[in-house]
Design a protein around this ligand. Structure first.
Ligand SMILES: Cc1ncc(C[n+]2csc(CCOP(=O)(O)OP(=O)(O)O)c2C)c(N)n1
Ligand code: SF4
Length: 528
């Protein structure tokens, strides 16, 4: 932050007892959006609405991700955080849970919230953290110069979809409803009065408020909403949602939405016996979820596009209240926590090092474990004991080291990659072994197996004396550690379809696990 801005923010507190106006929320920063961008009117709307809500600037934090829209915090004379792409929900959640008294506003775009941040978006909605989420939906990636986004209509031609996007678009309202957001609304950058009403409703809602703002990107997706938001068509092509009022629309207010077993129907009032009584009355607080979802699916040109509050329910606790209650309960039971003591005390988990066979239980129970945790651990321990008492399951769970110690092993022979095939084959025959690890600088470079010789040498006109082992060996073999389990060895061998598996111990000594050896070991265990 430059010095001018820094001083400006430090002086903010001086105004706290004064009634604020829009200009108090205007930061002394150059606004860097394209002339005519819809983001300007959203900025204006929030700067006008916040003083009406009456929250002091130092109690407001604007958190954003990445995108043109996400430059928003720079332009607001409040606290702000321009974070990383798609991760504004995590920072906004952190801000709110550590300072629940703050008014937190999260600014995001359709790319930021629904591409890279799609997963975080869903969890923010379902957790019901009491923050206000404003998603500027321009159906395009603006900042990166016009690639199609998850909300772009199918067929949208951009540099990344020159023949037209083939992705089916996400409807952000339907998504927020499906994630069980408690406040869901839609407005548009071209209607400041409506934006003002919706922003106030979002701010007064206790819980996560989600507002989709249809925003025009004049450069990369100009007039994309014009077919239904355009001045001359909007009465016929939008449906203004008002609590307690019937869903009627049209210049002459003579069309309405009927909901029946057939789904949503657009009907003409006064025709075919349709009266106002047949029309759905909007109830964002009590409507069944299926009806609210059905309203969210209305789209142009088949139906008018709904604008307003779809859902507003306060029947669920907010995340930070529950979190604070849990912390209070834990503090009451165990006293104030001491992080330093926790980190340096002996009540910590061991990261296991050393031989697995030394380990008697699934994990060690330490003195800080609660009785509930101890119960879970002893259940796990019982599970491990049950495995250990089944000879075959127990054998699979043993380390390769244990298996090798309990079975007959044979000395292994190795070759270098430059050795001739002639010498290597003689070595295999002489030692009566099935494979030769190929070693260079103490590393297993490859494996020369009977199968390599059968498949790659026999019936081919290869001069054994002048062909090096490297020409036919299987390169870069899987090498396990003797502390890995027998079941790990079996799955590695079956995944790679090989009959010999090199293993090394802690000192780097090499041994070979063979299919034959494994079978012998398992049958020995089955008999025991
Ligand atoms: C990790 C990462 N991936 C990709 C990008 C590139 N990137 C920056 S903004 C953006 C999309 C912005 O689109 P949107 O959220 O719709 O915002 P707009 O610019 O339209 O307001 C992308 C893909 C990035 N900055 N960081
Ligand atoms: S590229 Fe589009 S969204 Fe970005 S500032 Fe320009 S007009 Fe606005």
């Amino acid at each position: 932050m430059n010095l001018k801005l820094d001083l400006y923010y430090r002086n903010m507190k001086m105004t706290e007892s004064v009634k604020l106006s829009k200009k108090d929320f205007v930061a002394p920063a150059d606004v860097r959006w394209c002339p005519g961008c819809g983001d300007y009117s959203i900025l204006n709307a929030l700067q006008k609405t916040l003083p009406e809500i009456g929250i002091q600037r130092e109690n407001i934090v604007v958190v954003s991700g990445i995108g043109c829209s996400s430059r928003f915090p720079y332009y607001m004379n409040t606290y702000g955080f321009h974070t990383i792409h798609g991760r504004a929900p995590t920072v906004a959640t952190g801000v709110k849970v550590t300072n629940p008294d703050l008014s937190v506003w999260m600014i995001t775009g359709d790319g930021d919230a629904l591409s890279i941040g799609g997963n975080h978006f869903m969890h923010l909605m379902r957790r019901n953290v009491d923050i206000n989420v404003l998603l500027f939906n321009n159906e395009i990636y603006g900042l990166t110069k016009g690639q199609y986004s998850p909300t772009s209509e199918q067929g949208t031609k951009t540099k990344t979809s020159p023949m037209g996007s083939i992705d089916h678009p996400i409807n952000p309202i339907s998504l927020a409803l499906a994630a069980e957001a408690t406040f869901v609304a839609r407005t548009s950058d071209g209607n400041p009065k409506h934006m003002n009403q919706i922003l106030k409703a979002a701010a007064s809602h206790k819980g996560c408020s989600f507002v989709e703002i249809l925003q025009n990107c004049v450069i990369f997706n100009d007039k994309t909403f014009e077919d239904f938001l355009g001045r001359s068509v909007r009465d016929d092509n939008t449906l203004v949602l008002e609590e307690g009022k019937p869903l009627i629309f049209g210049k002459d207010r003579d069309k309405g939405v009927k909901y029946s077993s057939k789904g949503m129907e657009m009907v003409n009032i006064g025709e075919d016996g349709i009266t106002l009584d047949d029309i759905v009355v909007h109830d964002p607080r009590n409507a069944p979820p299926g009806l609210t979802y059905a309203i969210s699916r209305l789209r142009h040109p088949e139906a008018p596009v709904p604008m307003g509050v779809f859902k507003s329910v306060e029947n669920r606790s907010v995340f930070e209240d529950m979190l604070v209650a849990q912390i209070d309960e834990a503090t009451k039971a165990k006293g104030e926590g001491d992080l330093q003591k926790l980190l340096t005390g002996n009540g910590s988990w061991d990261v296991y090092e050393g031989k697995k066979s030394d380990r008697s239980t699934v994990t060690r129970i330490h003195d800080f474990a609660s009785s509930e945790e101890q119960t879970i651990m002893s259940e796990l321990e019982k599970g491990e004991n049950a495995i250990a008492s089944d000879p075959l399951l127990g054998a699979l769970n043993n380390t390769i080291e244990t298996m090798l110690a309990e079975t007959e092993t044979f000395p292994i022979a190795t070759v270098s990659s430059e050795e001739s095939l002639d010498v290597a084959i003689k070595l295999l025959l002489e030692k009566k072994i099935g494979c030769l690890p190929v070693i260079e600088d103490g590393k297993v470079l490859g494996i020369l197996s009977e199968r390599d010789i059968t498949l790659k040498v026999m019936m081919k006109n290869i001069d054994l004396e002048f062909t090096p082992v490297s020409a036919i060996m299987s390169k870069d073999p899987t090498v396990l550690n003797t502390q890995n389990t027998v079941s790990h060895a079996i799955s590695a061998m079956s995944a790679g379809s090989f009959r010999h598996l090199p293993v090394t111990d802690e000192e780097g000594n090499l041994q070979i696990v063979s299919v034959k050896g494994l079978m012998r070991y398992m049958s020995q265990k089955a008999k025991s």
